[in-house]
Design a binder for this molecule. Structure first.
Ligand code: FES
Ligand code: ZN
Ligand code: ZN
Length: 304
């Protein structure tokens, strides 16, 4: 198979785009897709200070690499959740990546915030699943760090497959409130909440993995051991089965939703109905005390 842009051998075929690329043209294609997402969804300005949520996995490191190569001013931040082996490796690989490129990485240790407790102990203490506590503390700590360090936007490595699977799950359960919030850019317009953006939205899992391969980016190549059996993996599987027999269906499913979203929801505004500040930390919440502070209080008081 030949590259669609030159005479070289192709290293990847992209059925949904009906084209194949050699190494260099694939590398270019990837960067163009990211630039296109930034432009089409107005993710951030050229001179924005960008904070990237790093996990040590393939998506966040590819994202950091590509934004750095495109000339953006970036900093990475990783939350060390204290998951044996997995967290150590994620942090190590992220540090290695940052050092090699002379990029700045900030590490937040969950155990420092929760008097030595890791994510497993915290979840047990507050009777919630690991993933729900993990999602909550990550969102909270990333936002807090971004806000306090003066960043206007947090970028995450969510790609087309992640977002299509998320939408699929939300449609299956008709979770309209979640669907309303699903978009490549989330503008918060609320004091102390920083905007979020997903520049890998036009790229699939496979495309990101190939980008890392050709650019020799080493990442943690297994999923978090606590998320085994997560529904998102089943949704991804279902969508890729469909994609095999109907090429382009996954992409249409997601982007037709984005295109029609305002019609479906009558362009409702951001739905923070009851905007208040947490009595303890001062960050926005819909209750008196935010969920993060509730969890923290419970864990710390049980530790005394
Ligand atoms: Fe959050 Fe595993 S990374 S539970
Ligand atoms: Zn080529
Ligand atoms: Zn709070």
């Amino acid at each position: 198979m030949r590259c669609g842009k030159c005479e070289d051998d192709a290293i990847i075929e992209l059925r949904q785009h009906n084209i194949a690329f050699c190494r260099d043209h694939y590398d270019e294609f990837f960067r163009v897709r990211v630039e296109k997402a930034i432009k089409n969804f107005n993710l951030f300005k050229n001179d924005a200070k960008i904070l990237i949520a790093i996990s040590g996995g393939k998506d966040s490191l590819a994202l950091w690499d590509v934004l750095f190569r495109l000339g953006y001013e970036t900093k990475g931040v990783i939350i060390d959740l204290g998951i044996p082996q997995y967290s150590e490796q994620s942090v190590e690989l992220s540090k290695k990546f940052a050092e090699e490129k002379s990029l700045d990485l900030h590490i937040i240790k969950l155990e420092d915030e929760f008097a030595g407790n890791n994510i497993l102990k915290i979840a047990r203490e507050v009777h919630r699943t690991n993933c729900s506590v993990c999602g909550l503390v990550k969102r909270y700590l990333l936002n807090k760090y971004a806000y306090e360090s003066g960043y206007g936007v947090i970028c995450t490595g969510h790609n087309l497959d992640d977002e299509a699977a998320l939408l699929f799950g939300n449609v299956l359960g008709w979770k309209l409130e979640y669907m309303k919030k699903q978009f490549p850019k989330l503008e918060k317009n609320i004091d102390k909440l920083v905007d979020k953006a997903k520049p890998l939205i036009y790229l699939t899992d496979r495309e990101v993995a190939v980008y890392n391969l050709i650019n020799k980016i080493e990442y943690i190549d297994y999923e978090c051991p606590l998320s085994k059996g997560a529904n998102s993996r089943k949704y991804k599987h279902a969508l890729s089965t469909l994609e095999e027999i109907m090429s382009g269906s996954k992409q249409r499913f997601l982007f037709d939703f984005y295109r029609n979203k305002s019609k479906i929801f009558f362009e409702e505004k951001d739905e923070y109905i009851d905007e208040r500040s947490c009595k303890i930390c001062g960050y926005p919440t819909t209750q008196d005390v935010c969920n993060y502070c509730r969890i923290k209080e419970k864990v710390l008081s049980d530790n005394e």
